[in-house]
Design a protein around this ligand. Structure first.
Ligand code: SF4
Length: 383
């Protein structure tokens, strides 16, 4: 069985185009970033829309955007917040494409979800394309083991992948409930196909569930048979998709060791999307919400090196001046696609809504949405 070669970055919402990094045109007037009236314009447009609009801001968004968010959170919290506001006609999602898709799936038919810049994608989500995953499933079926495999996908995946998982008896998980999702999956089948983040899958299986690294295999969609032998696939307990977060994947074991040498007594706090050797060497590991709570509860005067997206780490450092909060890496490490949503795009999206036009609406087709919802509801029903 051959592998499918797909472009890593797709033109979001516009089919498959490997030149997607060029960005997406905004019809109408996109204000210049230098416009001194941007803050006033955003505030005025938001006030004009009143309760008709609800603005969601992911923790990794820029400060200039976060100031206009009605609520901030991680992807799952934001999707639930959107679902809890059935009266808001417009949900403006300051985050990335897969999050806006989840919000569309969980909100009512009448609500419109808007992504201020369609080029705000997620490189990790783009690493699992439906065609590739279906081909992987064919490999498992040909081997006669597909019936033993439960697919589990991280929230950070496209609606197509969530739909595939729902259709095949699986579940969605977040970085907070990955262990519970895997417990459920292993009660149902012998093996798990974990999409698309190899690190969250490996870290959860090995560090939280007692599986060994040898129980895990890495399925590369660009290679025939995923680059694995039939026997490796038969023996594996955990089939990890070869995907990763380009932001969290930058932290290294050397970063951890250097930080410990420079700041004696430092607490290393990282996200489970980091590599296995980084998570193993850290003191604490957990989701974005866990990281926020951990720092809130930390002793004044304590030192923390945090391995997650830089916008969030900078805000946490500003919020806790009584603690030493540092970024784990030496170089800048923003999520470039999250950063696509800037104040000019937010102003543009809000002013378009005021003018009676709905820009950059994100919609998921009803069949995909139905099956994705099955996998999301299964997550909500986890014991
Ligand atoms: S931080 Fe990583 S997982 Fe999150 S949106 Fe950016 S690339 Fe995707």
């Amino acid at each position: 069985m051959g592998g499918v070669t797909a472009p890593v970055l797709l033109l979001l919402g516009r089919g498959k185009d490997s030149n997607s990094e060029r960005g997406v045109d905004c019809p109408g007037d996109l204000p210049a970033p230098s416009d001194p009236g941007l803050v006033e314009r955003a505030a005025a447009a938001k006030a004009a829309l009143g309760d008709r609009v609800f603005v969601l801001g992911h923790h990794y968004q820029r400060d200039e955007v976060i100031q206009f968010a009605d609520v901030t959170g991680d992807s799952f919290k934001l999707a639930r917040e959107a679902a809890a506001r059935p009266d808001a006609e417009f949900i403006v999602f300051c985050g990335v494409h897969f999050m806006a898709e989840s919000a569309d799936i969980l909100t009512t038919e009448a609500q419109r979800v808007v992504l201020p810049d369609l080029a705000a994608g997620c490189s990790m989500a783009d690493m699992a394309v439906l065609e590739q995953v279906e081909q992987c499933w064919d490999v498992l079926s040909d081997l006669g083991i597909a019936d033993d495999v439960v697919p589990v996908t991280y929230m950070n995946s496209s609606a197509d992948i969530k739909g595939f998982v729902g259709r095949n008896g699986g579940v969605v998980c977040t970085s907070s409930n990955a262990k519970r999702a895997l417990d459920w999956a292993y009660a149902k089948g012998e093996k798990v196909l974990f999409l698309p983040d190899q690190h969250l899958g490996r870290n959860t299986a090995v560090l939280e569930m007692g599986y060994s690294l040898d129980d895990c295999v890495l399925y590369d969609p660009h290679k025939p048979n995923g680059g694995l032998t039939d026997q490796q696939l038969r023996d594996a307990k955990m089939i990890l998709w070869r995907g990763h977060c380009s932001v969290h994947g930058r932290f290294t074991l050397e970063n951890v060791l250097a930080m410990r040498e420079q700041v004696p007594g430092v607490n290393i706090l990282v996200h489970p999307e980091c590599r296995h050797e980084v998570v193993t060497a850290a003191d604490y590991v957990g989701s974005t919400e866990y990281i926020i709570k951990k720092l809130e509860a930390a002793e004044p005067g304590s030192a923390w090196a945090v391995g997650t997206e830089l916008n969030l780490v900078r805000r946490l450092a500003a919020a806790h001046p009584d603690k030493q909060v540092m970024f784990l890496e030496k170089t800048v490490c923003y999520c470039s696609t999250m950063n696509r949503i800037d104040l000019p795009h937010l102003v543009w999206a809000l002013e378009e809504l005021v003018a009676g036009r709905v820009p950059n609406q994100i919609t998921v087709d009803p069949d995909t949405a139905h099956h994705a919802r099955v996998a999301l509801d299964q997550m909500l029903a986890l014991p």
